[in-house]
Design a protein. Structure first.
Lengths: 100, 346, 178
């Protein structure tokens, strides 16, 4: 029997790592992966609460989060490819001017 | 059954399954060389042992003694890890494949599979999806243009045909009503009119079987879909820079994937371990389903090898167009029609 | 007891993978550690009884979305990232801030929340029930997400296509071979 708060702490740690990666990393693909890590942490807490309250809609919501994450990753990576083609760099510090 | 007994039984089953699988992989290579040889009007291996039966042993010894090169320009961690990843995921899916009924050995009642989960089919599909990593990472870490192109092409092909593979199986799922592989096989027991077995392929999933067959050829990178690894095309694709034991691991992974796909086809479309009437003493009755299962897998592998010896290969754009523009709509249409028929019948 | 052991083992693997994602400098290593995180999260879902969600996590997230990430990293071949002044400042303030924040949240969750224990496999999660929910109570969100995925596909195809070929195709509309 594992207390629910353990699952929530794990989810919080994953979310915190995601936020840290989002703030400290300079490669745009790694920033995207930190966003995916945050979404995974949130998924875990959805499923943990669904197990606590025996409500299956928590699991269904996880599907929607996954679908939205997939759509966002697709479009985001396409944007990254377009940015790389024009700017020749993946470092966000160098993509800070509107003009090339 | 207590936990320690369960673990002991599982370990024994894992050892037996791995032993059987690795021997089957080695002798599938032998079978392929013999059959393709006869199709091409030559003998195949005949010198090492009777009918060349010790050829896989000789090949294994050769691979062990060959020099295992580590080229200086590769990205070492992933270069060494990629064949291991490919082989691990190829060998893991055997743990979910049931080969027979429940048997009772020394008073322990156990199913003839390593673990019996009620979402077995989904886990096998998940393991197949994870197998893409071995190919993609091998192509990239080799740091050479042929490998990168071959790796990207192979992984794009595998990812595209995974969708048609999964969708073709959903028709079977609708008819069986469960994800568990054992339940799907049990839904195919019995016969129509006394002699036609109630296999899914005769129960209307004929189109789904052919979609599955073609998607399986593409998933395992076999002719007619083996452009990414054919020697005349991209040198050798993603395993250009690999030698000796690491190359042998890719080779084994490919044949283990073939066997996994053949097992799935047998379970889902050809009735699994069901055969004509049970006869003989109980010990024979426990082992006979395993023989039917093995016979059906052998037939499926023979079909694989026969197609390899007969057909030319597709060009890459033809291959991708076939997967997305023909196979996927056909799989969706099959799914819709099956769902309609099942809903109208009940 | 076994439940706690398996939970902590895979929880440690999750956290190790997440920290490895932050520490590694080459994006391909970060991508592979994220795959490890997703795999161990799938085991955590299995412990909670959500077997279908675990399988979908492996098939969709680890087997498709992360493959897309790995493809893009391989195609763009960007290499090791370099430290800049901005990133040093962010590391100096961000990492201690995050640590303090997460320790606070963890303390509040462990001490003050009134939630109880969760047994192994607590959720009734056979796929049949989830399918029922998806197609009855949540039908509208389901259809809306399918439209969303279609829009994402269209957007990705347009954004990632070569601008040169698009210009060529529009400026020479009727070039028949002679």
């Amino acid at each position: 029997m594992v207390p629910l708060s353990y699952y929530l702490v794990l989810s919080g740690i994953l979310f915190a790592c995601g936020v840290t990666g989002f703030l400290i990393k300079r490669n745009i693909i790694t920033i995207f992966m930190s966003i995916e890590l945050m979404l995974n942490g949130v998924n875990l807490s959805f499923v943990a609460f669904a197990a606590q309250w025996h409500a299956l809609s928590g699991q269904v919501f996880v599907f929607f989060v996954m679908v939205v994450a997939a759509a966002e990753a697709t479009v985001g990576l396409a944007i990254i490819i377009a940015v790389y083609r024009t700017r020749e760099t993946l470092n966000v510090d160098r993509v800070n001017l509107l003009k090339l | 059954m207590s936990l320690s007994v369960f673990i002991l039984v599982s370990v024994i089953k894992i050892v037996i399954a791995l032993g059987v699988l690795l021997t089957a992989v080695a002798y599938t290579v032998w079978l392929e060389r013999k059959v393709v040889g006869h199709i091409q009007n030559r003998w195949g291996p005949t010198r090492v042992g009777p009918f060349g039966l010790l050829q896989p042993l000789a090949d294994g010894v050769k691979f062990i003694f060959k020099e295992d090169l580590l080229p200086p320009h590769v990205y070492k961690p992933l270069y060494i890890a990629a064949p291991m990843i490919a082989l691990i995921f190829a060998l893991t899916s055997i743990s979910l494949i049931p080969v027979g009924n429940w048997i009772t050995v020394f008073g322990i009642h156990t199913p003839l599979e390593i673990v019996d989960v009620n979402i077995g089919l989904l886990i096998v599909l998940g393991i197949t999806s994870l197998g893409v990593y071995g190919v993609a990472l091998a192509g990239w870490s080799s740091n050479s243009k042929y490998s990168l192109l071959g790796g990207l092409r192979a992984s794009a092909q595998m990812v595209s045909y995974e969708i048609s593979l999964g969708l073709s199986l959903v028709g079977v799922l609708i008819m069986a009503g469960s994800f568990s592989l054992r339940d799907i096989v049990d839904a195919q027991s019995g016969t129509f009119w006394g002699f036609i077995p109630r296999w899914n392929i005769f129960q209307g999933q004929f189109v789904a079987f052919f979609i599955y067959l073609m998607a399986a050829y593409a998933e395992t990178n076999r002719i007619p879909f083996d452009l990414p690894e054919a020697e005349t095309e991209l040198v050798a694709g993603y395993h250009t820079e690999y030698s000796a034991m690491k190359f042998a691991m890719f080779f084994m992974a490919e044949y283990a994937n073939m066997i996994t796909v053949a097992c799935l086809a047998t379970l889902l479309f050809l009735g699994g371990w069901h055969g004509p009437h049970r006869f003989g003493p109980p010990i024979v009755q426990a082992i006979l389903p395993v023989f039917w299962f093995a016979a059906k897998i052998f037939a499926f592998l023979f079909l694989y090898i026969w197609v390899r010896g007969t057909l030319p290969r597709f060009r890459y754009d033809q291959l991708m167009a076939f997967g997305w523009k023909f196979l996927l709509p056909l799989a969706i249409a099959n799914l819709v029609i099956t769902a309609l028929i099942v809903a109208l019948r009940s | 007891m076994l439940h706690l052991f398996v939970f902590s083992m895979f929880g440690l693997v999750c956290v190790a993978g997440a920290v490895n994602l932050l520490v590694q400098r080459h994006p391909i290593n970060s991508a592979l550690s994220l795959v490890v995180v997703m795999g161990s999260l799938a085991v955590e879902y299995l412990l909670l009884g959500a077997e279908f969600v675990a399988a979908v996590q492996v098939i969709v997230y680890a087997g498709a979305i992360m493959v897309l990430f790995v493809f893009v990293i391989m195609l763009l071949n960007a290499g090791v990232e370099d430290r800049s002044r901005g990133s040093r400042v962010a590391m100096l303030f961000g990492i201690p801030g995050m640590l303090i924040g997460s320790v606070l949240v963890a303390w509040v969750l462990l001490e003050r929340s009134g939630t109880g224990n969760v047994a192994v496999g607590a959720l009734p999660g056979p796929p049949k029930v989830i399918g029922w929910l998806l197609f009855h109570d949540f039908l509208l969100p389901f259809e809306v997400t399918s439209v969303l995925v279609l829009i994402a596909i269209l957007g990705a195809v347009v954004l990632a296509s070569h601008p040169a070929s698009a210009r060529e195709a529009s400026s020479q509309p009727d070039k028949r071979e002679g």
